[in-house]
Design a binder for this molecule. Structure first.
Ligand SMILES: Cc1ncc(COP(=O)(O)O)c(C=O)c1O
Length: 356
């Protein structure tokens, strides 16, 4: 079966992990610090704080920024639930804002001016153009789980040019992997301090006596391990190669599928580099095509069942017609750095066969 997403791990990655296993630190230590510095340098951010996964990173970002009870936090319905749940974790209310069908990202024109927080998800790796936001809410978090390696006219995604914090996920299908893992970038010293405290039980170190520490806030154990961070630093060296291959494969889909009755994945506007995390097309008869691809040995995916379709969001009031219209037709075709031209040809032939 040709999977929709897959990690690429080579001998260098394995050596890096073995190096840590032979050393003194397994949990958060010097390899986490080195990984954080490498990501901060890459995305041009002042601080990077690693977390145990992308969901914890979002929780940390919402808490560090002071979102809480009484706050209204907007996000897109077309995302993984963690983008919305981070508001609920801190007691804030989620407000879904419909998508722009051209980009499949949140429609910034529809974000209420009175909102307290915004979680802007760079869907599929296409950055939300935050310059277009008419009124800046108190807190802007970019959920860049799909978008490590993407850039905007203001620089790399993660530099927080128009946000307070940016979160990443390093789940195996993401742009790079640490197994499970996440990270938050920010340029604000206080937010960085809050993030570090939140990820380690709310603890602040004291110097006297030498063993002293104080738990000043409610926090969690959301730490990344040095084992994972070593993998992350090694993967980061390959990010350019990964993204270029994803770009090449996306270009081949664009070209080879152009004549079929398929709405191709959204292209980036000029000045933007797309992260190319997934290749989401829109088709009629999506279910029949899904089954046909499975029979042909191809495992597509659907990103995502919209947030408001889930039982736990039954309390949300409103309608999000563009997200529903997109969801009815969405299908993500296989896209990952290990996908060979031959495997992609298999996917394309299966699509041609379906529409012939
Ligand atoms: C848009 C988005 N946000 C958040 C997450 C959560 O990341 P993680 O799986 O690392 O917790 C994911 C990953 O599935 C995601 O795709």
């Amino acid at each position: 079966m040709i999977p929709y997403g897959r990690q690429f791990v080579d001998d260098d990655d394995i050596e890096a992990v073995i190096g840590v296993l032979k050393g003194d630190w397994l949990t958060q230590g010097p390899s986490v610090e080195a990984f954080e510095q490498a990501v901060a340098d890459l995305v041009d951010a002042r601080h990077a704080v690693a977390f145990s996964n992308g969901t914890a990173a979002l929780h940390g970002a919402a808490a560090a920024a002071g979102l809480g009870a009484g706050d209204r936090v907007a996000t897109t319905p077309l995302t993984f639930v963690a983008s919305a749940n981070c508001a609920r974790y801190v007691g804030a209310d989620v407000e879904l804002v419909d998508i722009d069908p051209t980009t499949l990202n949140i429609d910034l024109d529809k974000v209420p001016a009175t909102i307290d927080g915004l979680v802007a998800v760079h869907y599929a790796g296409l950055p939300v153009d935050l310059r277009q936001l008419a009124v800046r809410p108190r807190v802007i978090i970019e959920d860049a789980s799909h978008a490590l390696g993407a850039t905007t006219p203001d620089g790399p995604v993660g530099n927080c040019a128009h946000s307070d914090l940016t979160t990443f996920s390093f789940h195996p299908v993401k742009p790079i992997t640490t197994g499970e893992g996440g990270l938050v970038t920010t340029n604000d010293d206080e937010l960085a301090r809050n993030l570090r405290r939140f990820r380690t039980h709310g603890i602040e170190r004291r110097t006297d006596p030498p063993w002293a520490y104080d738990v000043v806030d409610l926090g969690f154990n959301y730490r990344l391990s040095d084992i994972q961070a070593a993998l992350g630093s090694s993967q980061l060296l390959k990010l350019d190669r990964f993204r270029s291959r994803r770009e090449e494969l996306s270009g081949r889909y664009d070209e080879r599928l152009a004549a079929l009755p398929i709405e191709l994945a959204p292209a980036p506007p000029s000045g933007f580099v797309h992260g190319r995390h997934i290749y989401p097309v829109r088709v009629e008869a999506r279910r029949a095509l899904f089954d046909h691809l499975i029979e042909a040995g191809v495992r597509p995916q659907v990103h995502y069942v919209p947030v408001h379709h889930h039982t736990t969001f039954d309390h949300l009031v409103g309608s999000w017609p563009e997200a529903d219209r997109a969801y009815d037709r969405l299908l993500s075709l296989p896209l990952h750095p290990t996908l060979t031209d031959g495997e992609q040809d298999t996917v394309i032939h299966a699509l041609e066969e379906f529409f012939s």
